[in-house]
Design a protein around this ligand. Structure first.
Ligand code: NI
Ligand code: MN
Length: 226
């Protein structure tokens, strides 16, 4: 799998020969808006972890440009269905075999309303199994004991965890999360986009290193392979 980072929780994943965009927040992102053009993005699917603006901002435009299908919770898929965008609804604990791989929706401790106030269902994370690898996309979440359920069933190759604090886990909680999910290779996300979530990169690297864990922080547009 090839995972490209666009800031916040925005990712472009190539898996099973398909293009998947996760939580597109690009055109108004202070980090990404001058570096990434949403018109250039390829997408067969758009995965949305929850309905907050910093996760769904460009979903409608990308879906309309590409014909991509939205995968998210039932309420979010319905919201886009009303705009004539195709979707695949899921809910916590459920998994489905897509043409790119298998996706399971797991718990996240957060909230999920659309910027216009529409109810956005419950926030989620996802486990993606594709190309003989398994990754965990945590979405916006607090540290939660539910993460301990993941390694009972999955051996993760990479986990994408929020580390920016204020709205989600901070670096120290993410280190505990990495123990809970039994995965020592972490791609950090949800940091530096706004003043509330700016982090000290050096300090973050060192905290992970002290626990013999790897923290990857990608510049906008850079890629990690699993
Ligand atoms: Ni959020
Ligand atoms: Mn967020």
């Amino acid at each position: 799998m090839k995972i490209q980072f666009y800031g916040q929780n925005s990712l472009h994943i190539e898996a099973g020969g398909k293009h998947i965009i996760v939580d597109p927040f690009i055109s108004e992102s202070p980090l990404a808006k001058d570096k990434v053009k949403i018109e250039d993005l390829k997408a067969d699917y758009i995965i949305l972890t929850h309905a907050h603006g910093d996760h769904i901002l460009d979903a409608e435009a990308i879906a309309k440009n590409t014909g991509a299908k939205i995968i998210s919770n039932f309420e979010i898929v319905n919201y886009y269905a009303a705009k004539d965008i195709e979707g695949h609804p899921m809910n916590h604990g459920g998994s489905f075999e897509f043409d790119f791989g298998k996706l399971k929706m797991v718990n996240a401790i957060h909230s999920s309303s659309f910027p216009d106030g529409t109810y956005g269902g419950n926030p989620a994370g996802f486990i993606l199994e594709a190309d003989e690898k398994t990754i965990y996309i945590a979405g916006d979440t607090a540290l939660t004991m539910d993460m301990k359920l993941i390694p009972m069933r999955y051996k993760l190759d990479l986990a994408i965890l929020p580390i920016g604090d204020n709205f989600t886990m901070d670096v120290e909680d993410a280190i505990i999360a990495s123990d809970f999910i039994a995965c020592d290779r972490i791609l950090g996300c949800h940091y530096d986009t706004f003043g509330y979530i700016e982090i000290n990169h050096e300090e973050a690297f060192n905290k992970f290193k002290e626990k013999n864990k790897e923290l990857i922080l990608l510049p906008i547009g850079d890629t990690v392979i699993v």
